[in-house]
Write a protein that binds this ligand. Structure first.
Ligand SMILES: Nc1nc2c(ncn2[C@@H]2O[C@H](COP(=O)(O)OP(=O)(O)OP(=O)(O)O)[C@@H](O)[C@H]2O)c(=O)[nH]1
Ligand SMILES: [Mg+2]
Length: 319
């Protein structure tokens, strides 16, 4: 199928076409640009929510329950579970798949695991592009779940309109969140597993930390801390209500457009970087660099000299 044919099937919400389209993106396959171009006029309607937090916090359980609740409201939901570590389907994802099976039998729900294999962008970029596909396919919500910890969790905020950080009562979680930069990306917090001991103290600890961050700026959004028991669907309507409250806030302050523009800007910067790098590092240039390295060791040149001469030569080729 051509990218145009594929785009038509995506717009008709053909599940196999959606799967194929996301695979194209995942692998930087030829036709990706044309596909996204054809889908572009159809998108820009889905609301994108990132669900992140430490391993085992209950992100998948919460995502499933949120999906069920959204379906009851008549909304359609696309879910992207992102695995930053393994390009293959790992154990965690398999577990997710089983957990998500109940919701994914529903034609109004699409569940997809995703890895980043290609070189034209990182995790958040690929997640964004995949969300563009689901958006064009007419899903009302796109939920991203990030598995694991680290930079990928922080990056997901770039792909989402609203980012939820899921924590659990275990002591030290809020301190951990503060250290790892999760505090900065959270539009609100969910303290899941609040059926466990220490939930109220954990909420208090989080709220105390958050209090220090209040700047009293006009239109300031102050992140809430909500308690849930995802495994019993407790607190889920409140989570959806908070997403809605945040969405309205973003619209009223103009911040939604700011976020969406910044998402596109980041994506373009990343694509240009990757494209230039691919054009630049031809076999010949790599060889030439390899042969010159010895001059540095001999003290006859510096790394700056070699970089400058490579770039100068590159500019000559393109002028
Ligand atoms: N007690 C309790 N257990 C929960 C709750 N929510 C989820 N769990 C359980 O916690 C375990 C992990 O839940 P997941 O939803 O897989 O957590 P996750 O954050 O998606 O995990 P990873 O994707 O592996 O990082 C499962 O056994 C869930 O049944 C809760 O509110 N209370
Ligand atoms: Mg999970």
């Amino acid at each position: 199928v051509t990218p145009i044919e594929l785009s038509e099937r995506v717009i008709a919400r053909d599940r196999r076409a959606v799967a194929k389209a996301i695979s194209l993106i995942e692998n930087d396959s030829a036709g990706t640009a044309e596909l996204l171009r054809a889908l572009a006029p159809r998108g820009r309607n889905a609301y994108r929510v990132g669900i992140t937090g430490p391993p085992g916090a209950g992100k998948s359980t919460l995502t499933s329950e949120m999906t069920k609740a959204l379906r009851e409201q008549g909304k359609t939901v696309g879910i992207i579970a992102i695995d930053p570590t393994s390009p293959f389907t790992g154990g965690a994802l398999l577990g997710d798949r089983i957990r998500m099976q109940a919701v994914s039998m529903d034609p109004g729900v699409y569940v997809r695991s995703m890895a980043t294999r290609g070189s034209l962008g990182g995790l958040s970029a690929k997640a964004k592009d995949a969300a563009d596909v689901l958006d064009a396919a007419g899903f009302d919500y796109v939920l991203f779940e990030t598995v694991g910890v680290g930079q990928s969790e922080l990056d997901i905020a770039k792909a989402a309109d609203t980012t939820i950080v899921v924590l659990v009562p275990e002591s030290g979680d809020s301190i951990q969140a503060m250290k790892s930069g999760l505090m900065e990306i959270a539009d609100f917090f969910v303290l899941n597993k609040s059926d466990r001991e220490g939930a109220d103290q954990a909420v208090l600890a989080l709220k105390t930390i958050l209090m220090f961050r209040i700047t009293h700026a006009e239109d300031e959004w102050i992140p809430e801390v909500l308690k849930t028991v995802a495994s019993k669907a407790v607190g889920v309507p409140e989570v959806l209500a908070e997403i809605e409250r945040h969405r309205v806030h973003l619209i009223n302050t103009g911040e939604l457009d700011v976020r969406r523009k910044s998402r596109e800007r980041e994506r373009i910067l990343e694509l240009v970087d990757a494209m230039l790098r691919i054009d630049f590092w031809t076999h010949d240039r790599k060889e030439s660099l390899e042969h010159s390295l010895i001059t540095i060791l001999k003290g006859e040149a510096t790394s700056y000299d070699l970089a400058h001469s490579l770039v100068r030569e590159f500019h000559k080729v393109y002028s």
